[in-house]
Design a protein around this ligand. Sequence first.
Ligand code: CS2
Length: 475
Amino acid sequence: MALISSGTLARVPAAARPLVTPGTVRTGIVHLGLGAFHRAHQAVYTEAAVAGGGGDWGIAAVAPRSTDVVDALRAQDLLFSVTSLASTGNATRVIGAFSEVLHAASGPEAVISKIADPGVRVLTLTVTEKAYLLDPVTGRLLATALPGTVPDLLLRGLEARRRADAGPLAVVSCDNLPSNGRRTRSLVEQLCPDGPLADWIAASVTFPGTMVDRIVPASTPGTLAAAEAALGVRDLAAVGAEPYQQWVIEDDFPGGRPAWEKAGAILTDDAGPWERLKLRALNGVHSGIAYLGALAGRDTVASALEMPGMREVMCRFIADDVAGSLAPPPGVTVVAYGDSVLERFADPAIAHRTVQVAKDGSQKLPQRVLHTIADRRAAGASPRWAVLVVAAWMRYAQGVADDGSALPLDDPLAEEIRTALSGARTPSDVVAALLGLEAVFPRELAADEVVRTLCVDWLEALTRHGAADTLAGAA
Ligand code: CS2
C-alpha cells in the first residue's frame, strides 16, 4: 500500500483531504515538540485557521530528539492524518499544516536559523512539564540549559533573532502547566537575566498563556490501521484522538498570528480561569483514575472508570475539593464541566492507557492536585478526595500493582523516589518519605497534619484492601 503524499492524495476520499493545498503555505510558526498531541491539536487548529483566514502560517515542526516522526513525515511530503475516535464512529482527515520538519539533535543550527527567520512570528511548544527546568514548587531554575535541550535551542534562537533584527516574536507554551506563559518567560529570564539579549527579549518577545485540551492516546499499530482503512493509503505518522478539542489563547502576538478564532479557539486576555479549571478538574481527575486504575490492573482510563465507586469518588473529588478551590470562567460550573470530562474519559473507543497518564507524576501532581489541596486547606477544608489521588500516586510509586505485577515508574525523579522509599516499611513511612520530596511537595503542605493523616489513612486502605475495594467502600 502506497504512503500518503501529495502524489497519492487523489486516492484519498475528498472529505478526508487537507483543508489547505500542501506545500503552498510558507512558514510562519516554529513548533518545538513534534509529538502526537501537537499533531492532533495545534496543527489541526492552525490548518483550519489558514483555510479560514489565510496568511503564511505554515508550521516548521521540530523534533528535539527522536527521528521517527521526522523520517515518517519527510517520506510523506509532511502530511499526516488525525482520526477522531468515538464509539459513535471514527473520522479521519489528512492535515496539511506543516511547511517544514526539522530534527534538532542532528541539526540544531537549522532550528536556530528558523527561529531567527523574519517570516517566523510565532513559536509554540509542547515539550512536557519536565522540559521547563523549573522547580514546580518554587519556580526557581533547577539546572542550566544543556546544549541541545529545548531551553538551549530557544535561547540561541532568540539571540540569533536579535542579531538578525528579525522582529518581534510570540513564544507560546502549549503544555499543561499553570501560568504556562509566565512560566516560560521566567525560564527565559532566569537563563538570560541581563545584557543585550535580555533587553531585546523584554522589548520584542511576548509569552502568551494558553489552555490546551484534547485527549490524544499514544499511537499504536491500530491507529495506523484505522488511518489506512479510512484513507486507502498508509500513514506512518497517524494520530488518534477524541473528537473534543479546546484551545484558549491569550491574545498577545506582536508579529501577528493565524486566525485561530476561525477554527474555534477562544482568544482572551487571561487564560488563567480556563487553565486552572482544566488542570484541576480534568487532569487531576485523569491522574486519580490512572493511578487507582493501574493499581487495580485496569489498562485504560475508560475501563478504570467502570470500577465500582470510581465515578462516584471522582465526582466527589470535583464537587467537594476542586470546585471550592477555583473560580471557573464565566458561564461554566465546575461540577457540570467535571461531568462532561468523565463522559469523555468513559468512551471505550479511546484506548488511553492508565500507565501513559501515570507518567511523570512528580511533574504533574503539583498543578493537578497539590494546588487544590493547598487552596482547600487555606480555606480550612479537609480535601480528602484530592489526598486520595496523592496516596494513590504514592502507592503507584512503590511499583507494584494490587495483583503483585510490576508497575513502571516513568518519572524524571524516579531515582529520588526510589531512594526515598528504600527504607520505608509502613504506609506511614512511605508518606513521610515521599512528602519529604521538596521538589514535589511544598514544605507547608508536607507539614500539614490534616494532609498527612488523610494520606496515611488512604495509603493504609490501598495497601490493605487494594484500590478496587478502597474505591467501592469509599463512594
Ligand atoms: C493526560 C493529558 O497524559 C496525561 O497526563 O492527563 O495528556 C490529557 O490527556 C490532556 O491534557 C487532555 O487535554
